[in-house]
Design a protein around this ligand. Structure first.
Ligand code: NAD
Length: 331
């Protein structure tokens, strides 16, 4: 029973780019003890294991069969997430898994069942939920400062050459920018303004020579009839100081990269708040929250249902791209 344990013994699976930020974050959360790193490629994993003082293994069974380990953090590419989560849950480990949760809805549903059966925590890593400005923004919305929220938008666009990365191989990534950056965007919308009811998505003109979409626009309507749009791209800069805007009958909320802002229509005044996007802080807060959840101090703010729902919305968005029509997320 991990709930009563003082420390959480963790293994990292997949030690590439994003794992480096997770490793820095883990080092700042003393009750989470990094015991092992597993990667199919020893070069990155061995260097990190000597830097962070834990063992390295190429063999996943060394992780899953180790009864001493409480939890795994999965930072391998998307196509591996389902099998790795399944093996971890069957071995009785708690799971924190990078986005996208899975590349198919049926896999996410299977993980939900396994998590119920095992009673273990399954959380999808969703760093934006743990950005302090985003947490403040949610409080402002909930306290009614924006009045009735009507419209919302998310922008995740910047130029990244995906030509030589797994992100552009759909067999590994599950798709293009829509599943990659879109998984973040969908979870941000669900966090701030609630569950998404229907979607209409378009793939943009391809400017990189890759077999997946490099630009996409997702229109959505929430269950409470808030409408909005998400712009996603690896191929253009949409120059803007904010990545999330929420508009209501009493004001405007902007969540920005350097700072955030609340404009009050009645007072005709703006209040600047926050410090913008502090990546490492968000990862530390996320790891603290995972640890609290494993130790049964809190219920995860991002449960397996939320993770599954992000997969469901993205899957509906891809169907919408193909069928060129609005689709209900729940059929
Ligand atoms: N939260 C974020 O901001 C963010 C940013 C980037 C990537 N990601 C997500 O994190 C995951 C990893 O992305 P990345 O950019 O770090 O990729 P990466 O290619 O830099 O690293 C992936 C690592 O996983 C290893 N690997 C591959 N298959 C494996 C397997 N079966 N078992 C164990 N290790 C395996 C690779 O050898 C590599 O070292 C993806 O799901 C991605 O979508 C999240």
């Amino acid at each position: 029973m991990t709930g009563s344990r003082e420390n959480i013994r963790l293994a990292l699976i997949g030690c590439g780019g994003i794992a480096q930020t997770h490793l820095e974050a883990i080092a700042r959360v003393p009750r989470v003890k990094l015991e092992a790193i597993q990667d199919i490629n020893p070069s990155a994993g061995e260097a990190a294991s000597s830097k962070y003082g834990c063992r390295f293994t190429k063999n996943p069974d060394d992780i899953f069969k180790d009864k001493n380990l409480d939890a795994v953090l999965i930072c391998a590419p998307p196509v591996t997430h389902f099998q790795l989560m399944k093996a971890a849950l069957e071995a009785g480990k708690h799971v924190l898994c990078e986005k996208p949760f899975t590349t198919h809805l049926r896999d996410a549903e299977a993980i939900r069942e396994l998590s119920k059966k095992s009673g273990k925590i399954v959380m999808m890593a969703s760093k934006f939920r743990f950005v302090q400005d985003m947490i403040e923004a949610k409080k402002f919305i909930e306290s009614g400062l924006l009045g009735d929220v009507v419209l919302s938008e998310v922008i995740f666009c910047s130029v990244v050459d995906m030509g030589k990365r797994w992100n552009s191989d759909p067999r590994i990534s599950g798709g293009g920018v829509l599943i990659d950056n879109g998984s973040h965007a969908v979870d941000v919308i669900r966090y701030l303004v609630g569950p998404i009811k229907s979607v209409y998505a378009q793939a943009g003109k391809r400017t990189q020579n890759i077999p997946v979409e490099d630009t996409a626009r997702l229109h959505f309507e929430t269950q409470t009839n808030i409408i909005g749009m998400v712009d996603l791209s690896w191929s253009l800069y949409k120059h803007t100081a904010n990545y999330v805007n929420v508009f209501g009958t009493r004001g405007t909320l902007e969540v920005g990269w350097a700072q955030s802002l609340l404009w009050d229509a009645k007072e005709k005044s703006s209040k600047v708040f926050g410090n913008g996007y502090k990546k490492l802080d968000a990862f530390v807060r996320q790891m603290e929250h995972f640890a609290d959840s494993v130790q049964e101090k809190v219920k995860p703010i991002l449960g397996v249902e939320d993770a599954l729902e992000s997969v469901r919305v993205i899957e509906a968005a891809y169907t919408s791209v193909r069928e060129k029509k609005w689709l209900k997320v729940h059929g």
